[in-house]
Write a protein that binds this ligand. Structure first.
Ligand code: PXL
Length: 284
């Protein structure tokens, strides 16, 4: 019995730990709930710092309640002081004060946390078109948070907003991913899913080269939370020690499986759909 207990302890000691700093989605398909499910599906122990509470169902945000920046700060502080966190991701940070609090902690993290891999998903607008980030927070996002990232993961709408130009095809995506990487001096994964071609093509720009990350485009599924699931899967793989290319490739596979093997329910005359981040590939 004693041997058994010892064994279990030594196994948990080796489990990678990742932190998500993001909003709560009541429908649990995006935000912190999507991140935790994805971390668990990838065999990583997930920690959370909640930045805001969003009352929503897929496709419709009803209300966003930001958390006090002090409690956002405290959540991260206590976690940094206690856990061996090897990767973190940020999702919806809601407003400028919360972004400032997060940046301060990331900059002054304790020695214990050491070199932290950081995935910044620059959440601004939901797939449904709902505005999620207060517009005056974008400048601080860009100036203070983005440069701290190991990887920035904008979708096309976010990239267009950041660059102030249209991105309508793959050549424009190639230009945009380079421009973003040059501007913030970080690796960038530009997600092209919203182009709706035959293939869902994303572009990873890192160490001076652009790589295509491709999966078949899955039609007919009204997705919600793909960006969160993708960046959480990448953070999970980085937490386990994968290099960036591998982490992104695995993340793409996780999202594709989550869409392909989605959940669907009938609710009156409506049909409601949710991603299945537990689907598909085994944790590596
Ligand atoms: O998918 C973007 C997103 C991120 N975070 C939270 C959300 C949403 C979309 O609705 O609610 C908390």
């Amino acid at each position: 019995m004693a041997a058994k207990i010892r064994k279990r302890h030594s196994q948990s000691a080796a489990t990678a730990v990742a932190l998500t700093i993001a909003g709560s989605d009541s429908s649990a398909g995006a935000g912190i709930q999507a991140d935790l499910k994805t971390f668990a599906a990838r065999g990583v122990y997930g920690l959370t710092a909640v930045t805001c509470i969003v009352a929503e169902i897929p496709g419709k945000v009803s209300r966003i309640q930001p958390a006090d920046p002090l409690i956002v700060h405290k959540q991260i502080e206590v976690l940094f002081n206690a856990f061996p966190i090897s990767a973190a991701k940020t999702g919806l940070l809601c407003n400028a004060q919360i972004i400032s609090a997060v940046v301060r902690l990331l900059r002054n993290r304790p020695q214990k946390v050491g070199s932290l891999k950081l995935v910044v998903d620059p959440v601004m607008i939901a797939t449904s078109g709902d505005v999620l980030l207060e517009p005056d927070a974008i400048a601080i996002y860009e100036r203070e948070l983005f440069p701290l990232a190991t990887l920035l993961t904008p979708n096309l709408d976010e990239a267009m907003q950041l660059l102030g130009e249209e991105i309508r095809d793959l050549p424009a995506m190639r230009r945009a991913v380079k421009a973003l990487a040059a501007r913030y001096k970080v690796a960038v994964l530009l997600k092209g899913g919203h182009l709706r071609g035959r293939r869902a093509v994303d572009l990873l720009y890192s160490s001076g080269r652009t790589t295509e990350v491709v999966a078949p485009y899955l039609t007919g599924v009204r997705t919600h939370g793909t960006g969160c699931t993708y960046s959480a899967a990448i953070a999970a793989e980085l937490a386990k020690g994968a290099d960036l290319d591998r982490a992104v490739r695995t993340g793409k596979d996780v999202v594709s499986s989550a869409i392909k093997r989605h959940f669907a329910w009938k609710a009156g005359r409506a049909r409601i759909v949710a991603l299945n981040p537990m689907a598909g590939i085994r944790p590596g």
